[in-house]
Write a protein that binds this ligand. Sequence first.
Ligand SMILES: CC(C)(COP(=O)(O)OP(=O)(O)OC[C@H]1O[C@@H](n2cnc3c(N)ncnc32)[C@H](O)[C@@H]1OP(=O)(O)O)[C@@H](O)C(=O)NCCC(=O)NCCS
Length: 220
Amino acid sequence: MERVRFTREMEATIHRTSSGTGTTDRRGEHPVLVGSRVTVRALHASDAASLAVHLTAPEVARFIAAPPATVEGFERFIRRKSLQGTDAKTVWFAITLNGTDSAIGIIQIRELEPRFQVAEWGFALASAFWGTGVFMEAASLVLEFAFEQLGVHRLEARAAVRNGRGGRALQKVGAVQEGVLRKAFLKDGRYLDQVMYSIVAEDWRASRETRRMAEPSVIH
Ligand SMILES: CC(C)(COP(=O)(O)OP(=O)(O)OC[C@H]1O[C@@H](n2cnc3c(N)ncnc32)[C@H](O)[C@@H]1OP(=O)(O)O)[C@@H](O)C(=O)NCCC(=O)NCCS
């Protein structure tokens, strides 16, 4: 087991697999990322009920691909993802608060180029937790995993131009706006323009050093 220190407030405990190429939870090959308030782990079938409530809320679903409409649909979805195991081209994470095991959001990383060198991420969080810092912490844990464990060099994200909150959240974690993809996302029968954002590994590492240097020093 290796502990990776990000900031004084946030630490991630990464359980390495024997192959050393990934991390694992007790149910199989998957990272478990533990921060000061948030744990990010594999999706479990038991997450279906809470995710079905949180992710189908209109304010959450407004700018994302339509989630399954029912608990059973979520269960089937999670089962399909679990069956893909280590061959999966997408890594799915459930966001939970430390001390609870209830999934309050998801983050996914999808491979676009071999070995995840170029990948795309997406995320959604229960609206009761918007503005609380939960997303920022979960995103930082997953970004650290993506760039330092998974080997991502460039991580893309697409956010609908009209999704000001999603776009701002991306900028807060260091994503840079690159351009507008016209009529790129079909939502509720209408094509929406999307903004392409990216984070590259060098920038992530540089911003991590900046954040570390900005931390107040401890005076004994
Ligand atoms: C995207 C999401 C995970 C972000 O989590 P969050 O807790 O809302 O994020 P934060 O509150 O840390 O950051 C959002 C920022 O957007 C700002 N914001 C809110 N509405 C905004 C708007 N209409 N235009 C621009 N910025 C806006 C907030 O003020 C905040 O910035 P600040 O911290 O500088 O004040 C969450 O909002 C969500 O699940 N949205 C629905 C799903 C979704 O859109 N997914 C993203 C697809 S790209």
